[in-house]
Design a protein around this ligand. Structure first.
Ligand code: XMP
Length: 513
């Protein structure tokens, strides 16, 4: 790969977001440790260098510093936030503690529209700031090109050297035109073409997996969700039969879920798939349990037991693969005195690796959800899997209020299948975050034909969300609601009433538990 942008990481939580923005420009990028020697960087022949932001101040004793020789490589440089302060420090400017910390939204006014970074952009832009220190004197050769309310040097350039500095963060979504600014740097200033696609990413990921794994065997817990499915397909492409996927049927799956997984991964991809039917065990242990937290604990604990036993049967494996995505792992370069590595433990598999003493393979660690979906399509996974809505690890147990029994599972599974089918038929299934049925533990009176019934109630839940943290209920068309209710009540034995959940999150949660 000849064209690439090097990103030097000074510990910003947004470094991976910069890399993602560059992938969006169809350009390859490499993230390197902040003090990578200039000679090593030069060997990569980068078209440009980006200095990331970071939590430090350039004047603190142990602040992370780049090799000063990077500024003599003759390569365009873009400093972002802390990166601008580095430009100032190394090229002769001054940085001071800002009197007022600039944090959050700001308005950028472009003073010099001939600056390549702002080509074809409006004069006034919304930007996102997050810095305390502030540039007070520009290095020789630099000119201010844009200002904010708080800073007369919000964007600076040294046109002759092709050095640029932005005090705000162009990579985050809160800078709506930030992509264009980065694209202007990558294409306009650095002259990169658009040659890097998901296909290239895939080839590279395959090579990296092969290099990491060698001849060893790998085990992966396949849930049928997007992340583990894409990880499985990717690993299988890289190492074929050295991969064993373990699929645990906990008895709390949706209709046809176990069949689809066996069909797609076993029969179509011909992966080594170890199917563990632990359904009777889970249902036995859940008998009589109504407390939601206890249900979760039982399910989580059993999953670890079943999975651990299954790995032993799978044979000797050195690695455990996980479909961890970048948003699951918010990592920073450990800066001296600040080993800032914040790892969110995954809902379902937290605790597994430690207990099992495997080395980890996490081939999706640098990707965001939408990129994982793209990769899944590139790998030939069906739309049904790639675009599937999130489904919680404890499965139907968080959607059956009260005791989880085989009969109640059956009722909910049948009702849920109708919701999924009708949502797909209406075209809404792939447009919203989640849509599903919930089984309430109350029964009420109804009439069916000449008979009086005394049956359960199903609640329909459909929500819009970006990340599951907040959500809004979806105003489904009346015709669709009518069809859902009438089909569920007519076709699902044991249900005689249907209601719609119109609670947003907060204050509600998405699942009822
Ligand atoms: P709540 O109900 O907390 O759910 O608003 C937020 C999102 O998380 C999903 N969820 C889970 N996902 N394991 C998962 O993998 C779990 O234990 C779990 N609990 C909730 C839920 O479906 C929603 O998308």
């Amino acid at each position: 790969m000849n064209e690439q942008i090097v990103i030097l990481d000074f510990g910003s939580q947004y470094t991976q977001v910069i890399a993602r923005r560059i992938r969006e420009c169809s350009v390859y990028s490499t993230i390197l440790h902040f003090n990578t020697p200039a000679a090593e960087i030069a060997r990569l022949k980068p078209s440009g260098i980006i200095l990331s932001g970071g939590p430090s101040s350039v004047y603190t004793p142990k602040a992370p510093m780049p090799d000063p020789a990077i500024f003599a490589l003759g390569v365009p440089v873009l400093g972002i936030c802390y990166g601008v302060q580095l430009l100032a420090k190394f090229l002769g400017g001054t940085v001071e503690k800002g009197l007022k910390r600039e944090y959050g939204k700001g308005t950028l006014t472009v003073k010099d529209p001939t600056c390549a970074l702002f080509k074809k952009l409006p004069k006034s832009l919304q930007v996102w700031n997050s810095h305390g220190d502030k540039l007070t004197k520009l290095p020789a050769g630099f000119k201010p090109v844009a200002v904010t309310e708080n800073s007369e040097f919000a964007a600076i350039e040294s046109r002759a050297q092709k050095f640029f500095g932005l005090q705000f963060h162009p990579e985050v979504v809160h800078t709506p035109k930030g992509r264009e600014i980065i694209s202007n740097f990558v294409h306009g200033v650095c002259g990169c073409g658009r040659n890097w696609t998901m296909r290239h990413y895939l080839d590279q990921a395959v090579e990296e997996i092969r290099a990491q794994v060698g001849q060893e065997h790998v085990i992966l817990g396949l849930s049928g969700g997007v992340d583990s499915s894409v990880a499985a397909a990717l690993l299988h492409k890289a190492i074929g039969d050295q991969l064993t996927c373990i699929f645990v049927n906990n008895g709390l799956l949706r209709a046809r879920e176990a069949d689809v997984v066996q069909e797609v991964f076993g029969r179509h991809f011909k992966m080594k798939l170890q199917y563990e039917n632990a359904s009777p065990l889970f249902l036995k242990k859940l008998k009589g349990v109504t407390d939601p937290e206890r249900k979760r604990k039982i399910i989580g604990g059993l999953f670890i037991d079943v999975f651990t036993a299954a790995t032993k049967r799978a044979g000797k494996a050195k690695f455990l693969a996980q479909g961890t995505l970048y948003p699951d792992v918010i990592e920073s370069v450990p800066i001296a005195g600040n080993p800032a590595a914040l790892i969110k433990s995954h809902h379902n598999v937290g605790g597994l690796p430690k207990k099992l003493k495997f080395a980890l393979v996490e081939p999706l660690k640098c990707l965001f959800k939408d990129e994982v979906r793209q990769l899944g399509l590139e790998l030939g996974l069906p739309k049904e899997i790639v675009w599937r809505q999130p489904f919680p690890g404890p499965g139907l147990a968080v959607r059956i209020l009260g005791e989880v029994t085989p009969a109640r599972c059956e009722i909910l599974r049948n009702a849920d299948a109708i919701v999924v089918e009708e949502m797909k038929a209406s075209g809404l299934y792939y447009k919203i975050w989640q849509s599903f049925a919930v089984l309430l533990p109350i029964r009420s009176v109804g009439v069916m034909g000449d008979e009086r019934t005394y049956d359960y109630t199903i609640a329909i839940r459909a929500v819009e969300s970006q990340d599951g943290m907040t959500a809004d209920w979806v105003k489904l068309p009346y015709e669709l609601l009518e069809k859902l209710a009438s089909r569920i009540i007519n076709e699902v034995k044991g249900v005689n009433r249907c209601v719609l959940d119109i609670t947003s999150k907060p204050p509600g949660t998405i699942e009822w538990e």
